[in-house]
Design a protein. Structure first.
Length: 401
């Protein structure tokens, strides 16, 4: 997964996030990628071409009508030169022009004239990103094979909070890196479940759990970085889709997660179950808000949810199954019991409670399989996820021998 000598054309369109693309050029150059920058007129209002020229070590192109630049490397030559085109930030305007096949400036023309895979890192106000016109253009571009990286949620330069922030430079670099393959999960389809499930009691209350989705999202990102095509089934979380994840399916209840996972598992080689799935659901969901019973006890009748992993392991054909075990005590014993009882190939056990496992930024895992075990000491969840993926890849390959 090296970017050395890879030819990346970075398109920069007009948006305040253009300043982050300076850092992106630096990070790509650190890995010895060859970077050429094409800016829209709008982008030059935010960052000067001279800045990108100094960082990339190459002349920066803005205009289609620059005779001198065309003589040095014509726009068709530039389009052929690129192995990947990444537009970061991708404004609503460039997204619209690309969706409709315009060739009204250099960047749009190069995109039309190039056979290189196109990556877009949208960045705009959250209201603009949510607008049906922008969403329709993004859907169209996706259908034509463009890869859309992000956007992330959070505070925006305009003061709004919501979805529309450009992904961070290291996330974009990782996505480009994994697009060249050569990773330990190259050519494999990995399904990951993450986050909690919510079991509704009435229109305002539910039974949930403390999972933030951070562990599962880190696993999905690490699998994508390792070259896998990743499908992420996410419970109710407030996390942006990690860079490189091909498909995200949002669900709420355990029953919805069960259905989504079983459906997606038909295409998957590996399923990693990091979600904290509710074991029980109320027998009935009240259509109206339940009223207080003035001193009387309220009893909720619960039914057991089907176990997703067991539903898969009992099928004749199923993916390589990696479960998680969240335990407050006797972690090793309970985890090994779940490994056997649920028919898993591997299990990743973590101690939870007292600030461990759930919600935290870091975690520690003990991995078990039928005839082995390994400990992954405490680390930030993204780092731990990369170590887990490396172990899963080894065990998966061994099981196929
Ligand atoms: O999301 P974070 O805040 O980052 O926290 C991470 C985590 C603690 C949630 C994660 O590391 C973790 O341990 N996930 C599994 C939590 C869990 O539900 O464990 P369990 O021991 O109850 O379940 C065992 C396995 O069976 C899990 O893989 C679970 O996804 C699966 N399961 C559970 C119930 C069910 N009905 N179907 C299932 O497939």
């Amino acid at each position: 997964m090296s970017l050395a000598q890879r030819r990346i054309l970075l398109g920069v369109s007009g948006g305040i996030a253009a300043y982050k693309s300076c850092e992106l050029v630096r990070r790509l150059r650190e890995l010895a990628a060859e970077v050429r920058v094409v800016m829209t007129e709008g982008a030059t209002q935010f960052v000067s071409p001279t800045t990108f020229q100094a960082l990339s070590g190459q002349p920066v192109r803005v205009s289609l009508w620059d005779e001198q630049a065309e003589a040095a490397m014509g726009h068709i030559e530039l389009a052929r030169w690129a192995e990947r085109i990444l537009i970061a930030p991708a404004s609503a305007d460039i997204i619209a022009r690309l969706a409709h096949g315009h060739a009204d400036d250099l960047l749009a023309t190069v995109c039309l004239a190039s056979a290189a895979p196109l990556y877009l890192a949208p960045a705009m106000n959250q209201q603009m990103w949510a607008h049906p016109a922008v969403q329709a253009n993004v859907t169209l571009l996706r259908q034509r094979g463009a890869h859309v990286l992000g956007p992330a949620d959070g505070e925006q330069a305009c003061g709004d909070v919501g979805s529309g922030r450009m992904l961070e430079p290291h996330e974009l670099r990782n996505a480009l890196q994994s697009s060249f393959g050569g990773g330990v999960l190259d050519g494999l389809h990995v399904l990951v479940s993450a986050g909690p499930t919510y079991e509704d009691i009435d229109p305002v209350r539910f039974i949930g759990n403390r999972s933030s989705g951070r562990m599962g999202f880190a696993v999905a990102e690490a699998a994508a970085q390792a070259g896998a095509e990743v499908t992420l089934v996410a419970g109710p979380v407030s996390l942006a889709t990690p860079a490189g994840v091909a498909q995200r399916i949002d669900v709420r209840s355990a029953a919805q997660m069960h259905a989504a996972v079983l459906d997606a598992a038909r295409q998957a080689d590996i399923y990693i179950a990091a979600a904290a799935v509710g074991d029980y659901r109320p027998n009935e969901v009240s259509a109206q808000k339940l009223k207080k019973l003035d001193g009387a006890k309220l009893a909720l009748q619960l039914s057991e949810n089907p176990d997703i992993l067991t539903s898969l392991s009992t099928q004749p054909e199923h993916p390589f199954l990696v479960g998680f075990a969240a335990e407050t005590h006797d972690v090793a014993d309970y985890a090994q019991d779940k490994l056997r009882r649920k028919g898993l190939d591997m299990i990743a056990a973590n101690q939870v409670g007292d600030g461990l496992g759930f919600e935290a930024a870091d975690n520690a895992l003990q991995l078990y399989w039928a005839d082995g075990a390994v400990e992954l000491p405490r680390a930030a969840k993204p780092e731990l996820a990369r170590q887990l993926i490396a172990q899963v890849a080894v065990r998966y390959r061994a099981s196929r021998r």
